[in-house]
Design a protein around this ligand. Sequence first.
Ligand SMILES: [Zn+2]
Length: 235
Amino acid sequence: MATNEEEHPDVHKFKLICVNSSAFLCLLALILVISFSAGGWRIVVVAGTEESKCTAVKAHGNISQALFRDVCVNGGTETPFSGIHDNQYPLTGTYRCGCCGAPLFPASTKFDSGTGWPSYWAPAAGEAVGYATHWNVLTFATEVHCKTCGAHLGHVFDDGRDPTGLRYCINSVCLRHDDELTVKAHTNTPWIPNDILFLLVAVGGILGLVVLCCYTPCQHYQLRKEQRAVSHSLP
Ligand SMILES: [Zn+2]
C-alpha cells in the first residue's frame, strides 16, 4: 500500500489497523486449521522412513524394490493406474504395510475412486495409520503413513465414501494383501481439511505472517514520522 505524503496520519493509521487485522485473521485461520487437522503440527516436506525399519519388505517378491524405496521409504508417488492393487476389490482380508507388515486397511473399505490409486474409506481399527501436514511446493495435503514403521503410504482427502466421507489414496507398492487376516474399520476418523480450503488458508496465513513481520514495522515507522511532522507543523 503506497503512502501518500499528503495523507493524514489518522487515515494512514486506520489503513494500517485494517491491514494488520486482516493479516492477523489469516494467520489465525492457518494456525487453527493446522491445530485441528489430522496432520497437526507434525509438518513434513518430504515424507518417508528409514529403510532399516522395513522388516517385511522381502514379502514383496514381484515388486520393484527401486519403486518401493522411491515411494514408501523416500515419500514419492507411483504412476496412477500402474499399481498391482488398483482395480482389484477382494471382499475379504486386510491390506498390510509393505514395509513392516502391520495391518493397515480392511479390504471391505476399498472402493473405486477412478483416480488410479487404491482408495479406502477408513483404516484398520486402532492406531494403524498416522498423519502429517504435507507442505510441498504447491501441495498442501494430509499425508498418511504407517503408524508402526513410518513408511509413507499416500494422502487422505475429504471426497471419499460414507460412512467417513474420506478417501485414503494409497500407493499400491506400499501394500500387500493378506487374505487370511480380518480386521475392523476405524470409522471415528480425525478431521481432514478440504484440500482447496487448506491451500487457501495456507497461502493466506503465510502472506499474513509476511505482512506482520515485514510490512507492518515499516509502516509503523512511516506513521511515526508523519505524526512527528504534523506535530512540528502545529503553531
Ligand atoms: Zn509399517
